[in-house]
Write a protein that binds this ligand. Structure first.
Ligand SMILES: Nc1nc2c(ncn2[C@@H]2O[C@H](COP(=O)(O)OP(=O)(O)O)[C@@H](O)[C@H]2O)c(=O)[nH]1
Ligand SMILES: [Mg+2]
Length: 361
């Protein structure tokens, strides 16, 4: 209504738009905003657990601006000695399974136990479905307003690999800021579960019963990765179905050999909406952490994950540097032609291309 009134005024000739903020003060605000605090201030702020500094540092990590990235790297390096002291939990499941509702209930359980929780999301579709973040925040209302919780949606418009790196770096900052429980949420799209699995200590798969997906549509690899399956929406008429699903999933889990962690994956039923089974999930993860700290798998796994990220980053870099190189792509096209004519073999061509790449770099 108000908007209409204003626009009528604007349409009358001779009446100019009233200035709501003076130009000079707007400039002042802008320059203040664009002026970044010093790295020292950033690090001190993060170590004090200051959420504003933490958020801004994560924004630097996500930035495509080279100067920002450099600053982010220095901040990261200085925060690293204070990181690592947390339990990292990955949560995955198809859209609608109840991840956001579950994280709200589970997060409240954690803060209720005196923990500090950071929730980071990896959503390769987030650039397309920006609206979902809004929906998520309303389902995590309690957690959003909890001072011991920090929620950060996935950066959009980046490749999955890019998001993964940024998320791993954000984990370090959250830990340095004193968050002792890090939840990484991902929607079951593409390779995102594998990504999340390779950066967490405990991997939790959310499912629902009665959707027929206990028998079909399950990506085999995901069940294999799971340390626990939570059958959500175990409430109302659905309780009976979830009990049946529990038996089926238990049977499925027992088909796999025991994990390197020494942990036998478990199936739990829960209702995120009615807050049942949430404490059981909490206790189960505590039990798991006790076990893997005792048998040293915890550290072993994190070391393996670090090595994996080191080598996979190099792989990605080499791949890009080769395939995005114009010279190489010209020679590659030529070799493909020879290959089609039967004048060379893939291996001879590959050797030739690699030699030419190595000679030039
Ligand atoms: N009955 C029931 N509904 C739930 C439960 N958890 C979530 N839902 C509902 O399922 C829908 C999807 O939940 P949401 O948390 O957004 O799922 P997400 O897409 O996996 O994040 C919402 O309408 C929720 O209210 C539950 O435990 N029981
Ligand atoms: Mg959600």
């Amino acid at each position: 209504m108000v908007k209409n009134k204003i626009s009528k005024i604007f349409h009358k000739k001779g009446i100019s738009q009233p200035e709501t903020t003076s130009k000079s003060s707007a400039k002042k605000i802008q320059s203040k905003r664009s002026k970044l605090p010093s790295t020292k201030k950033f690090v001190a702020g993060i170590l004090e657990g200051n959420i504003t500094f933490l958020s801004r540092a994560i924004t630097l990590i996500e930035s495509t601006n080279l100067k920002h990235q450099e600053k982010a790297n220095t901040i990261l390096e200085q925060c690293l000695p204070y990181a690592n002291n947390s339990v990292r939990i990955g949560i995955t499941g198809v859209p609608g399974v109840g991840k956001s509702t579950f994280i709200e209930a589970f997060g409240k359980q954690l803060t209720g136990e005196g923990k500090k929780v950071a929730v980071l999301a990896i959503d390769p579709t987030s650039s397309v479905h920006k609206g979902s973040i809004l929906g998520d925040k309303t389902r995590m209302e309690g957690l959003v307003s909890d001072k011991n919780a920090f929620i950060r949606p996935s950066p959009s418009g980046t490749s999955l690999g890019g998001v993964a790196q940024k998320t791993r770096e954000s984990i370090i900052l959250c830990e340095a800021a004193g968050f002792d429980t890090i939840i990484i949420e991902t929607v079951g799209v593409g390779q995102s579960e594998t990504m999340v699995h390779s950066m967490v200590d405990f991997f939790l798969l959310l499912k629902i019963a009665g959707a027929g997906d206990e028998l079909q549509g399950i990506k085999r690899g995901i069940i294999e990765m799971a340390d626990a399956i939570v059958i959500n929406k175990s409430d109302g008429d659905n309780i009976k179905n979830t009990k049946i699903a529990k038996v089926e999933f238990n049977r499925a889990l027992h088909l796999y050999p025991i994990k390197n962690s020494g942990w036998q994956p478990k199936v739990v039923t829960a209702s995120a909406l009615e807050n049942t089974g949430i404490k059981a999930v909490y206790d189960m993860i505590e039990e798991y952490i006790l076990l893997v700290k005792k048998n040293k798998f915890f550290t072993h796994n994190r070391n393996n994950q670090n090595t994996y990220w080191l080598t996979s980053t190099i792989q990605q870099h080499l791949y890009d540097s080769f395939f995005k190189n114009k010279n190489m792509s010209t020679i590659l096209q030529k070799e493909i032609k020879f290959l089609k004519k039967g004048q060379t073999t893939p291996f001879t061509s590959a050797k030739k291309l690699l030699k030419s790449y190595n000679d030039k770099t």
